[in-house]
Write a protein that binds this ligand. Sequence first.
Ligand code: BEZ
Length: 211
Amino acid sequence: MSLQLGDIAPDFTAETTQGPIRFHQWIDGSWAVLFSHPKNFTPVCTTELGEVARLKPEFDQRGVKVIGLSVDPLAEHGTWAKDIEETQGHALNFPLIADSDRTVSDLYGMVHPNADDTLTVRSVFVIGPDKRLKLSINYPASTGRNFEEILRVIDSLQLTAHHSVATPVNWRQGDDVIIAPSLSDEQAREKFPSGWNALKPYLRVTSQPRT
Ligand code: BEZ
């Protein structure tokens, strides 16, 4: 059965561009993003890795470690890294796993044989400090991902991990939030003393709590 939200993200050892890692040890109580790209020296992947390098300070600011993966050998990662810096203007500043035997890809279900039986799809896994899977998405090889959206989801996950709220459609940091339906009005009054706007009894909108 495929990995599901709430499952413990499987542990593994792997070779990376920053040396060998044991995944759970590497996470070390942080949030983490593990993402696959289908293949080195391909155009869309080149743009994606440059973008993640550009956004690395944003991930750092949120306490999130980022790690990429492809089924290419380690020696090729190094050569391709030079192309990424040259064409995207950002040098790789996070580790890339070399998963040429597909151990990690198979563990995480990143190869979808009916799409392509040798390469990974574009998977993203967001893992919490408890090592449980908080988000997984899969994109086809032909569509580059929007990593600003991954940051937006992380903002929501980190907010809802600490407050009894959910975030509405297209929510962004600082926007109003929704009081969790599991809270009664009485419980909500304790947590949200400045009140809320009840559009329906189940749709109670309030300001974003400060951390
Ligand atoms: C790309 O990154 O451009 C790509 C990779 C694998 C298949 C198709 C496109």
